[in-house]
Design a protein around this ligand. Sequence first.
Ligand code: SAM
Length: 453
Amino acid sequence: MSRSHPCSCAVMSCVDENFYCFVCGKNWKLSLAEVTSFLQTHDHKFEVHEISRTFFTFKTDVPLNPTIIDALGGILKIAKVATFVPTQQLADAFVKEDKQAKLQLKNSLPLDVLASKMPQASSGKAVFGVSVYWAETPFPFNKLAHTVHRFLGSSLKDELKAQDKKTRFMGFPRRREHPHLTAVEVLKKGLVEDNAEILLCIGKNKTAIANTVAVHNPFEFQKRDVEKPVQRKIFAIPPRIAKIVVNLSHCTADKVFLDPFCGVGTILQEALLARAKVIGVDLNRWCVDAARRNLSWIEREYSLEDANFAVLQGDARHLTSKLREPIDCIATEPDLGPALRQVPTEAYAVKLVNKLKPLFGDFLSEAYHVLRENGYLVVVAPFVKTRAGKPVTMNLQEMALKVGFKIVKPLQTVFFTQDSSAAPSLKELSTFVDVDEHHKIGREIHILQKIKV
Ligand SMILES: C[S@@+](CC[C@H](N)C(=O)[O-])C[C@H]1O[C@@H](n2cnc3c(N)ncnc32)[C@H](O)[C@@H]1O
C-alpha cells in the first residue's frame, strides 16, 4: 500500500527549496571551480552545502535549467534533491546493522513521491535505477554502497508495486566497483525523462535522496573530438577541459572571446557553443585553416544561427597590432613543450620549462594590453613530471603579477556552509592541475584578471 510521506522525525527536511547534487568528473576541484564560475557568470545566487570527490550539493536561489549540463565540462549528472536524511541514520542501519534503524530509514524515505513521478509502462515493464555516491565519512560506505543500493532499489520496487506499476530494477554487471549507473546507461534507458534514476548522495552529516534531472552526453564530446574535419591528436586539448577553461574565463553569449594559440580550434569550438564572438590566432597557417574548417563544422552541426568567428594568422607575442577590438575573455593553451617519450629528469624538465618562459612572458603582457578591464585570462602552463617525483612548473603567477594581473582564486568568493568543511583550503586554491597517469606533461591551469590599479 502506498504511504504518504510524513514530514517528521527522522527526515531532516522535505525539500521545497532548490537543492541540487552535482556529480563531478574525476578532477573534482576543477569541476567545483567550473560550476561555481559558471553559476556566478550566469548571475545565479547559490550556497555550497556539501563537497566531496564525487558530488557537491548546492542550494540555488531559483530552479536550475537542467540543460546547463551541456554547458559544463566537469559535471556528469545533476539531480534535484527530494529529501535529506541524517547520515547517522544510514550508519545505524547499515554499519551497525540495526533492523529498527533500517525500518525507520525506509519509512522516512519519500518512496511514494519518487515512485509516483515514474510513469506507468505502456507495455512490459518500466525500468528504474539507483546510483549511490558517498563523501569521505567516518563510516565505511565504500564497502557498504552495494548493500545500500540494493536496499533503496528493493524499497522502491515495493512502492512501485503498491502503486500498480510494473517495473524492472536496473542491476549492474558483476564486476562494477561502484554502484553508479553510467551516463550512457541513463541516456540509453531514458531514465531522466522518466524520473527513473534515483541518487543517494551520502554526505558527511546529511544524505540527499535526489532525482536525476540531467546527465552529460559523452557522445557529444566524442563527436567534437573525433568527428571534426581536422584533428591533431598530440597537441589538442580534450573538449571537456576546453569547455572548463572557457567557463573559468567567464565567457558568456556575446562576449568577445580570444584563443591566441588556437591550434585546430578546440577551445574556440566550446566558446562558440557558449554563443560568444570568437577570435582565434595561431602562428601556423595550417592551424588557421584547420580551426576555420572546424568552427564552420560546429556552426553547421549545432545549427548556430549568427555564429560569429574569425581566425587569424599571427603571433601571440604581438596581439596588439593584430586585434581591432577589446577582448572580454581569453582561454588558451600555449606551447607546452615537445611530446616526451619518457618522464624526464628534473634538470631536463627545468630546461624545457625555462625555454618556454620568454613565450609565456611576452604573451602575458600582450594579453594584458588587449583585455578589457576586469577581463579574465585562463592560461594553461606546463606541469612536467620528473623521475624524482617532484613536478616542475613555471613561476607563471610571479610573471603575471609583474605584468599587472591579479591572481584569481575562483573559490574565494563562494559561500560554503559549515557542512562543506573542506572549504578553507579550497578558498586559497589559485591553480588547478590536470594530469593523467600516462601524461609526461600535464596542465597547470591559472586564472588571471586584469584589474586596474
Ligand atoms: C598546444 S597547441 C594549442 C592546441 C589547441 N588548444 C588545440 O586544441 O588545437 C599550441 C599552438 O600554439 C601555436 N603557437 C606556437 N607559438 C605561437 C605564437 N608565438 N603565436 C601564436 N601561436 C603560436 C602552435 O602553432 C600550436 O598550434
